[in-house]
Design a binder for this molecule. Structure first.
Ligand code: MN
Length: 413
């Protein structure tokens, strides 16, 4: 049974299709367009933002570190503090709020605001947790009969990425250069990628540190999570295929990773937990697979051409992840690597079974063999200059929605 929609005095938050009802309450860092330098921590309510830095200053909510603006100091206070703040905000913004008059001072139309990076990224790791994607990628790279390497069914494969190139939604991404061999002659040149791709992913944000050399069980790994964002792991496939052997991707995925502006809390997604897909081979006991869950989040990808023509490229769901976010953390900490506040874990590209449910161009165009037809009639195998890619996510129950907001990036020459 899913919870009911919690009614707010902000009317726009009270419909089943609203992205930001009182059931959601994501965390972000914004500024007003009229005062772009004065950033504040906030949450979203309907089509408005609620300024948490000001609410703290006015004594509306407890002192939780929002004067520092970036969310890290609040994040590390942990789950209980986050849950208690959630209840405070639900009361302050409820339809029968006794604090409505003061609360109104902290409310700003979202359209008058600019979003910025919500927290300082610790380190960035990218997984490869979706079986449909991994299997398709194997077939495209190694031929129709290729399967997954045996380790794939035993652990969530990953590589360590760069925090230096993680950017907020709306940032332009410059087409990267790299080493690319010529197919006919084999001569290698340093040039612009011709196979620029997006990757539709769910990002997990770590809110609590785990000491170096310690490992964590399922419950502790779960408690390390502060929330979730949409993540576009931009990839240059021609650079990737030359550089990745034998240690994995490097520069082909280090030139830009875009995240969405709102961090969605685990509490907001409580009603959307599902069992993970059927296991090919049972996972080792330390994965505590009997406890694992994935989330029912409808995901979509849209491409906008330079002239504004929009095409829906793909629709899929985060429930396709074979390894859950908690299991990604469990694996990450299993050798004693340690985790820090602000660490970001990408899930890996999320793809469904159907052709138009695939979360990257590599799969959608089958490596370029089957270009995708856009609404304009033009064809695309990979992203061209001035194309904009928009990832969106929303969980919907019979009573309410939990929107993620958009994760937007434009490719510039
Ligand atoms: Mn990726």
């Amino acid at each position: 049974m899913s919870s009911s929609l919690i009614q707010s005095f902000i009317e726009e938050a009270n419909s089943r299709s609203a992205d930001f009802p009182l059931n959601n309450l994501p965390f972000g860092v914004f500024s007003e367009k009229s005062r772009p330098k004065k950033k504040f921590s906030c949450t979203a309510i309907g089509d408005k933002v609620f300024n948490l830095s000001l609410a703290e200053e006015l004594g509306l909510i407890s002192d939780l570190g929002f004067s520092k603006v970036l969310l890290n100091s609040f994040m590390e206070k942990g789950k209980k503090v986050r849950q208690s703040l959630r209840h405070q905000i639900q009361e302050i913004l409820s339809e029968n709020s006794s604090k409505k008059d003061i609360a109104l001072n902290c409310i700003i139309p979202m359209e008058d605001c600019i979003h910025s990076m919500p927290f300082e990224i610790g380190e960035y790791t990218d997984f490869y947790s979706c079986k449909n994607h991994a299997l398709n990628a194997s077939k495209i790279i190694r031929g129709e009969d290729a399967g997954l390497s045996p380790n794939w069914y035993s652990l969530p494969v990953a590589y360590n990425g760069r925090k230096s190139s993680v950017v907020i939604s709306g940032s332009d991404i410059k087409r990267p250069r790299g080493q690319i061999p010529d197919k006919e002659t084999g001569l290698v040149a340093y040039k612009k990628t011709e196979k620029l791709d997006f990757e539709l992913e769910l990002g997990t944000v770590i809110g609590k540190p785990l000491e170096w050399s310690r490992t964590s069980d399922y419950r502790e790994s779960e408690d390390l999570i502060f929330g979730f964002v949409l993540l576009n792991d931009w990839s240059a496939r021609d650079i990737q295929s030359w550089e990745y052997q034998p240690l994995g991707p490097f520069l082909s995925k280090a030139f830009g990773t875009t995240i969405s502006p709102w961090v969605i809390s685990p509490e907001a997604l409580e009603d959307f937990k599902l069992n993970p897909p059927k296991r090919e081979i049972p996972l080792l006991p330390h994965f505590e697979d009997e406890k694992s869950y994935v989330f029912d989040i409808n995901l979509s990808v849209k491409l906008i051409e330079d002239d504004g023509t929009e095409t829906s490229l793909a629709k899929t769901n985060a429930k396709e992840l074979y390894y859950s976010p908690v299991q990604q953390i469990l694996h990450h900490s299993s050798s004693g690597s340690g985790m820090s506040v602000g660490d970001l874990l990408g899930s890996g590209t999320i793809s469904g079974i159907e052709k138009r449910s695939r979360g990257c161009f590599l799969e959608l165009s089958w490596g370029g063999a089957e270009p995708v037809e856009l609404a304009s009639g033009k064809k695309r195998s990979f992203i061209e200059d001035n194309d904009t890619v928009i990832l969106s996510g929303v969980s919907q129950s019979e009573h309410y929605s939990i929107g993620f907001g958009d994760c937007v990036g434009k490719i510039i020459p």
